[in-house]
Design a protein around this ligand. Structure first.
Ligand SMILES: Cc1cc2nc3c(=O)[nH]c(=O)nc-3n(C[C@H](O)[C@H](O)[C@H](O)COP(=O)(O)OP(=O)(O)OC[C@H]3O[C@@H](n4cnc5c(N)ncnc54)[C@H](O)[C@@H]3O)c2cc1C
Length: 373
């Protein structure tokens, strides 16, 4: 199911089968100066159906929203084999209960999406980028608050800490005349007609103590930075096997209120020390969506031991995020890995409503049994 069935440049919509790869759709609509807004770092391998099933996010979300905002309709096969269409072709639709919204992010637990009508955006143009180095968590907090108060919505606002940038990244930054990295890097991008004025406004906002905004980057330089960001490879599925040759690895995904980010990062530092693991972070900073990457030297033990060990450290991070009012998952979904925390993330009443919805649509529990709910 990998066919693009229709692209309508006037209504700015596309109808696709569920197996169309995110990147392929984006390339196909580019000839009409349109874009598919969801841009997970997995865009080259993930499908539109999977994006909808997990309500995927990405770098553009801070301005263009998560997948939820880009889905107008889905054709879904229900547990009893019935095929239903939810939603329609128009952006506005206030008819009845939002059953389309129920399917988005349901991780295949309520039905199998076979086709989708997606909303497209005018292709982002005139992209402008600056970087900013920050000295410590307090400086990062000041930067995040300054951008939030700036009255400009950036097209991307990302954070990479020193460790996730790595040696290659530091070399790249020196090529861009950035020689004092500090604790990490902010990537700030604007787009559209007002992009130049907006990037200047954001650079001015970021002139706060402990933060050093860079000059404006050229287009090829910006592309190199995006490659660095996308290649950081720490947004995964919590599988320690996806580590380097000598380290076990576990990736996480939570959200926090912007005001809690600095406190969270300090907490993560103390968790790393007390559990004797390494924790580095990249974040979709504008959305408060953090991706900690926890690693442990393989010499410490087997994969199973490592999983237990890393999970214990991850547990402290997740609980902290929940206590601060954050969400258990910002964009990867619950799956199996996050089920142990679901009772802390959702109240008993909400869990019961979810169970009732599941029973109504899948009474025999045949759709992704044991996952997500
Ligand atoms: C390297 C890497 C980077 C990533 N970066 C990001 C990121 O930046 N942002 C982000 O949000 N996520 C990211 N992810 C997570 C993941 O790629 C996304 O959530 C993506 O949207 C999943 O799509 P998929 O086609 O790979 O689905 P799968 O992983 O195959 O499936 C995910 C879930 O959706 C269900 N599902 C899949 N297709 C359908 C369907 N047609 N109907 C019903 N249920 C279905 C599956 O059963 C499963 O429960 C990343 C993953 C990797 C490996």
């Amino acid at each position: 199911m990998d066919r693009i069935l229709e692209i309508d440049p006037v209504s700015r919509t596309a109808v696709v089968e569920a197996g169309v790869i995110n990147k392929s759709l984006d390339v196909a609509v580019a000839v009409h100066d349109l874009a598919f807004a969801p841009d997970p770092a997995s865009s080259a391998i993930s499908t539109v159906g999977g994006n909808i099933a997990t309500n995927a996010g990405g770098l553009r979300c801070v301005k263009y929203g998560t997948t939820r905002g880009s889905v107008l309709a889905v054709r879904v096969v229900l547990a009893d084999g019935e095929v239903v269409c939810l939603g329609g072709k128009t952006r506005k639709n206030a008819t009845g209960l939002d059953l389309l919204g129920l399917i988005v992010g349901s991780e295949g637990s309520l039905g199998v999406i076979v086709e989708a009508t997606v909303a497209l955006i005018p292709r982002p143009w005139n992209e402008q980028m600056i970087l900013a180095c920050f000295d410590d968590e307090s400086a990062l907090e000041r930067a995040a608050e300054a951008v939030a108060r700036s009255r400009v919505v950036p097209a991307a606002f990302e954070m990479m800490d020193r460790e996730s940038i790595g040696v290659v990244g530091e070399r790249l930054l020196r090529l861009l005349d950035i020689d004092r990295l500090g604790a990490g890097l902010l990537i700030v991008r604007t787009d559209g007609a007002g992009a130049s004025a907006e990037i200047e406004a954001l650079a001015a906002s970021l002139s706060v103590p402990g933060v050093r905004p860079s000059r404006r980057l050229s287009a090829p330089e910006s592309e190199l930075v995006m490659q660095l960001r996308r290649g950081s490879g720490v947004e995964g599925v919590g599988d320690p096997q996806v580590g380097s040759d000598d380290r076990w690895w576990l990736g996480e995904d939570m959200t926090l209120p912007i005001r809690s980010l600095a406190r969270y990062l300090r907490h993560a530092r103390s968790v790393a020390a007390s559990h004797e693991v390494r924790i580095s972070h990249i974040a979709h900073l504008g959305d408060g969506n953090v991706h900690p990457s926890l690693t442990l030297a393989k010499e410490y033990g087997s994969e199973e031991d490592a999983r237990t060990w890393l999970q214990a450290a991850a547990d402290e991070l997740v609980r902290f995020a929940l206590a601060e009012g954050g969400a258990l998952t910002g964009e990867h979904g619950v799956g199996l890995a996050k089920l142990p925390w679901i009772d802390e993330a959702l109240s008993l009443e909400v869990r019961e409503i979810q169970r009732r919805v599941k029973r109504a649509l899948d009474p025999n529990g045949i759709l992704n049994p044991g996952k997500a709910l």
